[in-house]
Design a protein around this ligand. Structure first.
Ligand SMILES: [Zn+2]
Length: 290
């Protein structure tokens, strides 16, 4: 990653405060922290270049510097986490009938949602992921950005963004657009890394979610609440959720983050429950007025 990738800092890209300080350097870019809302972020010069990385290589490549060795090896683990989330969503609101997922990847969550009798629609910027989902699963997937979609306003009971908001160039404006697609009293569920967590602070620049260039923002509890509030949501709940990952993926992250040579466990499908208390699951409700 070249420094020319960055542009000069102007203001916080969440709350617009001018009080931003250099926080740490990672992969050749300067990550800043807003002293007002607490969000960490970096400033890519050409955001359109980053949007191009979600090709096949992002999902399936052992040699690409970004993304996953094989996203599809996570399918069983992801589905298990998604079923747990859907149970929770239904318990909180048994009346959920329609769901919008923003950043749905190949559509495992959408597929699980239909088993919970939820009519789910996904929006996904990766043409590759959309094509895979359409070919392999009987789901509704729209390629592109949610802001460019022609989805009808006031039409969804709930929206979800699982590990997506940190990839967005303009999180508040995307959240605001999603708000418009939700019915009155609609709900939003999202997950994202917690840069304020003990694990993140102890790990410093080695934190496994400081992945450049795909992650543009690094939220903590305060800054995600602020982003939601600016977009017209009221954050009701935030917690650190136990998720499941195959042992092979833990190995992959250790290799990519710490450059550890680990020749074993490459194919292990054993699912490990894991909670480093550094990923927030957040529940918010559409506020009556922005
Ligand atoms: Zn800020």
């Amino acid at each position: 990653m070249k420094a020319m990738y960055e542009k000069a800092l102007t203001a916080c890209r969440i709350c617009s405060s001018n009080e931003c300080e250099p926080h740490l350097e990672k992969s050749g870019v300067q990550i800043y922290q807003c002293q007002s809302c607490g969000v960490q972020f970096w400033n890519p010069e050409h955001i359109e270049e980053i949007e191009k990385i979600y090709s096949r290589d992002y999902f399936v490549s052992e040699s690409a510097p970004t993304g996953y060795n094989n996203y599809f090896s996570l399918e069983q683990a992801l589905r298990k986490v998604f079923r747990k989330r859907l149970k929770r969503m239904k318990k909180m609101n048994p009346g959920i009938a329609t769901c919008l997922e923003v950043g749905s990847g190949p559509g495992f969550f959408l597929d699980e949602a239909t088993r919970f009798h939820i009519r789910a629609t996904g929006v996904e910027v990766s043409e590759f992921a959309c094509a895979w989902g359409r070919n392999h699963l009987n789901i509704s997937l729209i390629a592109g950005k949610v802001e460019d979609s022609s989805l009808p306003r006031d039409s969804f009971d709930v929206a979800c963004m699982w590990d997506v908001i940190e990839h967005l160039p303009n999180p508040v404006s995307t959240l605001r657009h999603i708000r418009g697609l939700l019915k009155s009293g609609g709900e939003l569920w999202l997950s994202t890394g917690d840069a304020g967590s003990l694990a993140a602070r102890l790990s410093g620049k080695r934190w496994h979610l400081y992945t450049i260039p795909e992650h543009l923002f690094f939220f903590n509890g305060k800054s995600i609440r602020k982003a939601l509030q600016l977009a017209g949501f009221e954050m009701r709940l935030s917690f650190h959720e136990t998720v499941y990952v195959p042992l092979s993926y833990i190995r992959e992250r250790l290799v990519k983050t710490l450059n550890l040579p680990l020749p074993f466990l490459k194919k292990s499908k054993i699912l490990i429950p894991i909670n480093l208390f550094d990923v927030m699951t957040v529940y918010a409700r559409k506020s009556p007025a922005v």
